[in-house]
Design a protein around this ligand. Structure first.
Ligand code: SF4
Ligand code: SF4
Ligand SMILES: [Zn+2]
Length: 264
């Protein structure tokens, strides 16, 4: 396998994998979305809610706020914790939210007892409180994975596509029709002929081949190469998300290996 980094930002990473199968690229994508653990507000007690939103709507909004932990590995999933899911500082982080209107309540108003845990984004609106309206909430966050519920999904927009191959043959007469129809500005005209430039942006839609009367352009996927795009929900940097996803896949492979070894 060959890895080439295309783009790296705090919450997004795009890379090229060569010499792998579609199942492998899809495994990375799925692990980012379903197997990498994250913290999310899980259990909520509303002591007072005189806002215009129902208790359930407030709970839903809080549950979907991505949380960052300074040391995520400090926490266990409840069923794997030494307390056996009863609840202890090893598997839950308590929080409270107390606000009185008028004003907008944001995610940053949620106060966690562990100073290492906080909402990934402070400006997520929870509810608008009118004059004298109150919200008093206590609860706790737990660590789980996206497979359990989407609120623990560490990866949000995760996808892959085959690396495109664009061949422009000698029959090209420079009419420019492929350039007009291409939605990704992949093709340019150079010295009277079409030329593919930013190939990674090609979506393999084949509008250019349909538009080319001279049948000079051929688009095909490179079957063993994939452009993988991963976006983090905010609970961790995108690079860490992919590293953790790879680790989860490796753990499963090692488990399988150990089970097979027991058979021999
Ligand atoms: S449409 Fe075909 S002939 Fe016209 S510029 Fe594009 S590749 Fe060349
Ligand atoms: S396949 Fe679609 S995106 Fe790719 S070069 Fe042709 S028109 Fe552009
Ligand atoms: Zn515990």
């Amino acid at each position: 396998m060959k890895f080439e980094l295309i783009e790296l930002q705090e919450d997004q990473i795009r890379f090229l994998l060569r010499g792998v199968s579609a199942a492998f690229a899809n495994g990375i994508r799925r692990a980012c979305m379903s197997e990498v653990p994250a913290l999310a507000m899980d259990d909520i007690s509303l002591y007072e809610n005189t806002s215009v939103l129902f208790d359930e709507q407030i709970s839903l909004r809080l549950g979907l706020v991505p949380l960052q932990a300074e040391d995520l590995d400090m926490f266990s999933r409840p069923e794997e914790c030494q307390c056996k899911g009863e609840g202890c500082p090893g598997c839950r982080v308590d929080f409270m939210l107390s606000a009185e209107g008028p004003g907008l309540v944001y995610s940053k108003d949620v106060q966690f007892t562990d100073p290492g845990v906080k909402p990934a984004f402070g400006k997520i609106p929870i509810v608008v409180l009118g004059e004298g309206e109150k919200l008093v909430i206590e609860g706790f966050a737990t660590k789980r994975v996206g497979r359990d519920h989407s609120k623990w999904q560490a990866g949000t927009l995760c996808g892959y596509k085959n690396l495109p191959s664009i061949e422009i043959g000698a029959a090209c007469n420079g009419c420019g029709k492929c350039i007009e129809v291409c939605p990704r500005d992949v093709i340019v005209l150079e010295e009277g002929r079409a030329k593919a430039t930013n190939i990674l942006e090609c979506s393999l839609c084949k509008l250019c081949t349909e538009a080319c009367e001279a049948r000079a352009i051929k688009i095909s996927p490179v079957l063993d190469s994939f452009v993988v795009s991963i976006e983090s929900g905010g609970s961790m940097p995108a690079k860490e998300l992919v590293a953790r996803a790879s680790l989860e896949i490796r753990k499963r492979a090692e488990d399988l290996d150990a089970k097979l070894a027991e058979l021999s």
